[in-house]
Design a protein around this ligand. Sequence first.
Ligand SMILES: Nc1ncnc2c1ncn2[C@@H]1O[C@H](COP(=O)(O)OP(=O)(O)O)[C@@H](O)[C@H]1O
Ligand SMILES: [Mg+2]
Length: 323
Amino acid sequence: MSRYEDYDWIEEDFSRKDRKLRRARRVRGGHRPKKSARQQIDEIAEPTPTEGEFTISYSPARHEKVWLLQSLQPFFDEDLLTDVQALVKGGKEANVYRCEGQVSTQRSLIAAKVYRPRMFRNLRNDKVYREGRGLLTEEGRTVKTNDHRIMRAVGKKTAFGQQIAHTSWLMYEYNTLKQLYEAGAAVPQPYAVDKNAILMQYIGDEHGAAPTLHEIELDDDEAQPLFQEVLRNIELMLRHSLIHGDLSAYNILYWEGTITLIDFPQVTKPQSNRNAYRIFERDVQRVCAYFARLGVQSDPDGLVRQLWEQYTDPDLPELDDEA
Ligand SMILES: Nc1ncnc2c1ncn2[C@@H]1O[C@H](COP(=O)(O)OP(=O)(O)O)[C@@H](O)[C@H]1O
Ligand SMILES: [Mg+2]
């Protein structure tokens, strides 16, 4: 039996619930449903944990409840998580929650990035990034291109294929976090991954999560050293043949004088993607533009050229081919 068989629960679950939700929403005046749409949605949204119940302090909205609880269930089963305390932010493709749990033997705050189910019905236009990337399995390994069942499903965008693509997308984020964290980059430490969610180091405290650079005004004396720190990370990534691909003040957190880069699912490689230079250039330009507004002078074009020449020599061996 293929190990992909167990994607079926999520595929069936979400599509069934979605169909029901859509049907519930479609109820209009004139036709009187036996139950109100609200009652129907309430019923549908009732979670049905399979391996033991768990309760959380956070009260999710009805539409959020099913996928939140189902996505985090495996971590509760493994006692990695003990509570979901609050929604940190609903991002473009995922919600991030402040959770409580056990890391090593220590109780601590944990960030859970839960990918939206919408993601695998309507994947972001990720073609530009996907070029030259294999598909990653739930275990983080590359799918063999001669695995026809999977390649066909992905090509035809069946629900199963979309789930594979969805998991691949978040496995890239997890693998990248792991690789970069180990290499000394300023990224959250990743703790665990499952089909639909990633657990990682929470940046912030019990009162609130770290803001993004976009949300704050840096002090004058902080801007220059933090710009250097972002560049150190850009360079470190390129040294490992990685380009963030969506780097901007929206994906850099600030906490107590330090920055943390986040949001890596679209990470791409210089050697295997024809758009890599353009993607890299955009990352660097956005960062330079943000810091230029704070008075930090730089030469983005020069920086891009210099880093590219230094680290993407086709004759140089790749440092790590994992991500
Ligand atoms: N490890 C973390 N600690 C604290 N807050 C985080 C963490 N990761 C993400 N966030 C918050 O959640 C938001 C969404 O996360 P992000 O990874 O950028 O996903 P998206 O693809 O939805 O933008 C971020 O803008 C940030 O405010
Ligand atoms: Mg983001």
